[in-house]
Design a protein around this ligand. Sequence first.
Ligand SMILES: CC(C)(COP(=O)(O)OP(=O)(O)OC[C@H]1O[C@@H](n2cnc3c(N)ncnc32)[C@H](O)[C@@H]1OP(=O)(O)O)[C@@H](O)C(=O)NCCC(=O)NCCS
Length: 178
Amino acid sequence: MSSNENPQLPRLVSDSQSEMTEIILPNDTNTLGNLLGGRLMHFIDLTGAMAAYRHSHTHVVTASMDHIDFIHPVHVGDLLILKSSVNRAFRTSLEVGVKAWVENTFTNTRLHVASAYLVFVAIDQNGRRMPVPEITPITADEQRRYADAMLRRQHREAEAARRKKASQETAALSNGTN
Ligand SMILES: CC(C)(COP(=O)(O)OP(=O)(O)OC[C@H]1O[C@@H](n2cnc3c(N)ncnc32)[C@H](O)[C@@H]1OP(=O)(O)O)[C@@H](O)C(=O)NCCC(=O)NCCS
């Protein structure tokens, strides 16, 4: 039985690979005609969700989007190309990598605009968390992304614990002074 017929069998990275192309219109841009950062993040979120849907076969919500650098501007009239795939599946969450390029159709050039890692959590119709199928990385790149995804998860968990501790300490301090 293939992973398409049984959604709980391990799936391939290629099963989740997704691509979106957008032409940048004036509504997407700032007063200088450059793509807005928030609009780019929206496209990244959508392309990431496509890969997460294809892997999990259920609803997903975005739990986090990692640090993002805007490397190259995108102008009105440019084509924005985004590609995504699942790097690693955990228990109910999965990490998706998204990369975006800008293509100038007049000069036929393509430049890297931004990359991001997003974590999506699978949920059912009632909002209850759902287990996600495992993923089997095949190529050297897929195996590298799979290994790196675990390091990023550990980093996110450590950072969340640090923030929680800091906010508890701040709360304790302000309780003591009131
Ligand atoms: C994301 C959400 C479902 C997590 O719920 P929660 O009760 O905090 O869940 P838990 O702490 O039990 O974690 C569940 C999973 O999510 C992961 N997770 C939770 N918060 C996370 C975060 N900020 N970043 C990355 N992963 C996160 C956990 O690692 C865990 O993964 P695992 O099951 O694979 O081990 C919940 O915070 C939520 O609904 N957030 C709003 C989502 C949303 O509206 N997004 C924007 C619109 S789509």
